[in-house]
Design a protein. Structure first.
Length: 64
C-alpha cells in the first residue's frame, strides 16, 4: 500500500470519527438520566454500594 493511499485512508478515518462524534448515540438522554439517577441514589445512601471485589466474585461464580 502506498504512502499516499495510507494517508488518504487515515484522512477518511478521521473524518468518519469526527462525523460520528457529532451524532448523539441512540438513547443518550435516557442513559444520562439513568446515570444521574444512580449517582443521586448513591449520594443518598453510599453504604448501599457493593464493593468491586464482591461484584467480581459474583460474576465469576455465575459466569466463569
Amino acid at each position: 500500500m502506498s504512502e499516499a493511499h495510507c494517508a488518504a485512508r487515515l484522512r477518511l478515518w478521521r473524518n468518519a470519527l469526527r462525523s460520528a462524534s457529532l451524532i448523539a448515540p441512540y438513547g443518550a438522554d435516557e442513559q444520562k438520566a439513568e446515570l444521574d439517577r444512580r449517582i443521586a441514589e448513591h449520594e443518598r445512601d453510599p453504604g448501599s454500594a457493593i464493593p468491586w471485589e464482591v461484584v467480581r466474585e459474583r460474576l465469576r461464580a455465575n459466569y466463569g
